[in-house]
Design a protein around this ligand. Structure first.
Ligand SMILES: O=C(O)c1cc(=O)[nH]c(=O)n1[C@@H]1O[C@H](COP(=O)(O)O)[C@@H](O)[C@H]1O
Length: 276
């Protein structure tokens, strides 16, 4: 489990704030892997081996595993076991329910003795409020709360004007009374770079998990310009643009090249503001 300070140290050491998204779709992986006992695990292992020195976090998205039933859960457990322990392991599950139910979700992803996996962090939806989020905070892990998502549909609710600004600002303000910068991050889409200044007013120290560069077209430069803090404060995720860079024998090398391009840009951004 990486603490806030350990995460910052890793970012400085690796000159990277890249999170590689393991959204591993069995229909998209190279065909030659399909005769392996667990093709998804084999694919993930090779992606991890090819990128581990270039990133500080991995984020399997549980949907891609759950949709395969028991075999998918096994791939997820075995992938978690293979993740380098000096990276932040994030399960992207977007959970949240009444308190006793959230507690079961938290145990599903944090209780290694029972389930065989214990991620460092989980993505959580804030809609059901305080009692739905707090059970995830009780495990000494990170909660990564959806604030302003990269989706087009973010306009439907997240921008609604409420008493003190927009709904997504209210989510950040309120949630920072339940947790703090040592156990709470927020998801902010890279496609929303114009909102980072407002977000930093309410979350000056929280790390932000920023998906949406690569396949969704968000700008890394803009995210850094408006979202970076003196501690970096950013984890930028890319999934498809890295893991599906090629679907041939060279897929791991191609993934590495994509990760390397992002890491080089990240190093330049960290140097620009004197973090490294
Ligand atoms: O919570 C997330 O990670 C998330 C939030 C959000 O607002 N937008 C978003 O794309 N994501 C996730 O981030 C990943 C983005 O994947 P790519 O678009 O392929 O890089 C997927 O796993 C999404 O589920």
């Amino acid at each position: 489990m990486l603490s806030r300070q350990q995460l910052i140290d890793k970012i400085k050491q690796k000159k990277s704030f890249l999170c590689v998204g393991l959204d591993t779709d069995i229909t998209k992986i190279p065909e030659f892997l399909l005769d392996k006992t667990d093709p998804v695990l084999e694919f993930n292992k090779q992606i991890i081996d090819a990128t581990r020195d270039l990133c500080v976090a991995y984020k399997p998205n549980s949907a891609f595993y759950e949709c395969r039933g028991v075999a998918g859960w096994q791939s997820l457990i075995d992938t978690w076991k293979y993740l380098p322990k000096d990276t932040l392991s994030i399960i992207d599950a977007k959970r949240g329910d009444i308190g006793n139910t959230s507690d079961q979700y938290a145990r599903a992803f944090f209780d290694e003795a029972v389930t065989g996996m214990s991620f460092d962090a989980i993505t959580v939806a804030p809609y059901m409020g305080n009692d739905s989020v707090k059970p995830f905070l009780g495990h000494g892990k990170w909660v990564i709360l959806l604030a302003l998502t990269s989706s087009v549909g973010s306009r439907d609710f997240q921008y609604l004007e409420v008493a003190e600004g927009t709904l997504y600002e209210q989510v950040i303000q309120k949630a920072n009374t339940w947790g703090n910068a040592n156990n709470l991050m927020f998801v902010v889409g890279a496609t929303k770079s114009e909102e980072f200044t407002a977000i930093r007013k309410h979350a000056p120290d929280n790390f932000l998990l920023v998906p949406g560069v690569g396949a969704q077209g968000g700008s890394l430069a803009d995210v850094c310009k408006y979202g970076m803090t003196k501690d970096c404060g950013l984890l930028v995720n890319a999934s498809r643009s890295i893991i599906y860079a090629s679907n041939r024998k060279d897929f791991a090398d191609a993934a590495r090249a994509e990760a390397q391009t992002l890491q080089s840009e990240m190093r330049a951004e960290l140097e620009k503001v004197g973090i490294i």
